[in-house]
Design a protein around this ligand. Structure first.
Ligand SMILES: CC(=O)SCCNC(=O)CCNC(=O)[C@H](O)C(C)(C)COP(=O)(O)OP(=O)(O)OC[C@H]1O[C@@H](n2cnc3c(N)ncnc32)[C@H](O)[C@@H]1OP(=O)(O)O
Ligand SMILES: O=C([O-])CC(=O)C(=O)O
Length: 383
């Protein structure tokens, strides 16, 4: 047994997976053998979910059946809507409302007594959760704005239906395509912190609701998915300052501030998802004529690259750096960015939990004890 301490489990190999592969030096991400750019441009999010869950891209017939199956599971029970209304009244953050909402879905689960080792039942439960997350998020955003939640529209794609339930309007083709691509880019990423959290929970054979609720919790932190909201808040702060972007970022970094959306445990170069989202932001900015967010992200990138030489140290833009500006251009409320990440990643969490459970072993590492020894209890009145 090795006594070498690996803080943050950096580089520790804990499982085999055929789901996604990351080459951190080449800036490459692959789902089941397909390059992420190829999938983002040529497959819908539903096709990517099918791929992650079944190992192959679907035929047209398989996709139609799969998408219908998802659509049939989209509705959420009134009890969940009532709870979301109470959370909205309490001004809860959407990511916390999502965590509660996902957990609460188990109360109306049609197969509550399925054997925890029955992976087909777990897959069906997980699919129900993935289907319902857009409905939870759409309902929550509307409730907090004093509007009635909308019923899902089964004729729309997963991405289109979410945008519809959020805004009450049929999404434009550009919005739907952009959002669909963003979901694909966020669907899976090896053993990141939230996926590993879901796997740890799944390794005890706790039910899939617990695994996916845990995934939402882990993703919410600013070192992980929470960074996409921090990025746009940083850009808004820069905007409000009225300063020249280069001057602003110089001042901020000289004060020791870490710019969110930069740095990654695995990538030593620019994240391929950031490259794709940057190109998308360029397209959207050109189409809308609003180039401010692109100008800001570019100026910060130029400064951190040319003046601070961060890429030379292996610190480069990650997926969260450009997603926020893309969502901002689509008019999505900024505190929904991390919940949207969870919506996309839930399919990846499920795939990893089920893959791990196929050859399950309880995940239980150890810590080195460095505390006091051989003490005896002094009675409380003598302490
Ligand atoms: C979807 C995702 O989860 S992607 C990541 C989203 N999170 C962020 O964007 C938050 C900002 N980034 C970070 O905090 C980190 O880069 C993390 C948490 C993502 C990765 O963390 P780790 O692998 O543990 O790296 P760690 O925090 O130890 O940093 C290593 C070195 O890079 C530096 N560094 C890391 N990120 C940044 C950054 N954003 N800006 C400046 N320097 C940075 C650290 O200061 C450290 O330098 P040092 O060795 O000279 O002290
Ligand atoms: O892999 C990671 O550590 C973080 C990340 O980029 C993701 O989860 O998408």
């Amino acid at each position: 047994m090795s006594d070498q301490l690996k803080k943050g489990l950096e580089g520790v190999l804990v499982a085999e997976s055929s789901l996604s592969y990351i080459d951190g030096d080449a800036g490459k991400l692959v789902y089941r053998g397909y390059d992420i750019e190829d999938l983002a441009r040529n497959a819908s999010f539903e096709e990517v979910l099918y791929l992650l869950w079944n190992g192959e891209l679907p035929t047209e017939e398989q996709l139609a059946e799969f998408s219908d199956g998802l659509s049939e599971e989209q509705a959420i029970d009134q009890s969940v809507i009532d709870t979301l209304a109470a959370l909205a009244e309490a001004d809860e953050r959407p990511m916390a409302a999502l965590r509660t909402g996902v957990s609460m879905l188990s109360a109306t689960e049609p197969e509550p007594d399925a054997d925890p080792e029955d992976l087909d039942a777990a897959r069906r439960k997980g699919r129900r959760i993935v289907a319902k997350i857009p409905t939870i998020l759409g309902a929550y955003d509307r409730l907090r704005r004093g509007e009635e939640p909308l019923d899902p529209d089964p004729s729309l794609s997963y991405a289109g239906n979410f945008l519809y339930m959020l805004t009450g309007e049929q999404p434009t083709d550009v919005a739907e395509e952009t959002f669909d691509m963003a979901l694909t880019l966020h669907a899976d990423h090896g053993l990141n912190a939230s996926t590993f959290t879901a796997m740890v929970i799944g390794s005890t054979y706790a039910d899939v609701y617990s695994s996916l609720t845990g995934g939402v919790g882990a993703l919410s932190g600013p070192l992980h998915g929470g960074a996409n909201q921090d990025v746009i808040e940083t850009l808004l702060e820069l905007d409000e300052s009225g300063q020249d972007p280069l001057e602003w970022v110089k001042e901020q970094t000289e004060q020791g501030r870490r710019i969110p959306g930069w740095g990654h445990r695995v990538y030593n170069v620019k994240d391929p998802r950031a490259r794709i989202l940057q190109a998308k932001l360029e397209d959207l900015s050109e189409e809308s004529g609003e180039t401010k967010w692109l100008d800001y992200t570019s100026a910060i990138e130029t400064y951190l690259t040319e003046e601070k030489n961060l890429p030379e140290k292996g610190i480069a833009p990650n997926v969260d750096y450009y997603s926020g500006a893309v969502y901002y251009q689509l008019g999505i409320p900024i505190d929904m960015y991390t919940p949207i990440f969870a919506m996309a990643r839930c399919g990846g969490w499920l795939a990893h939990v089920l893959e791990y459970q196929e050859d399950n072993r309880l995940i239980r590492p150890r810590g080195r004890y460095v505390g006091a020894e051989d003490r005896t209890v002094t009675p409380i009145d003598e302490r």
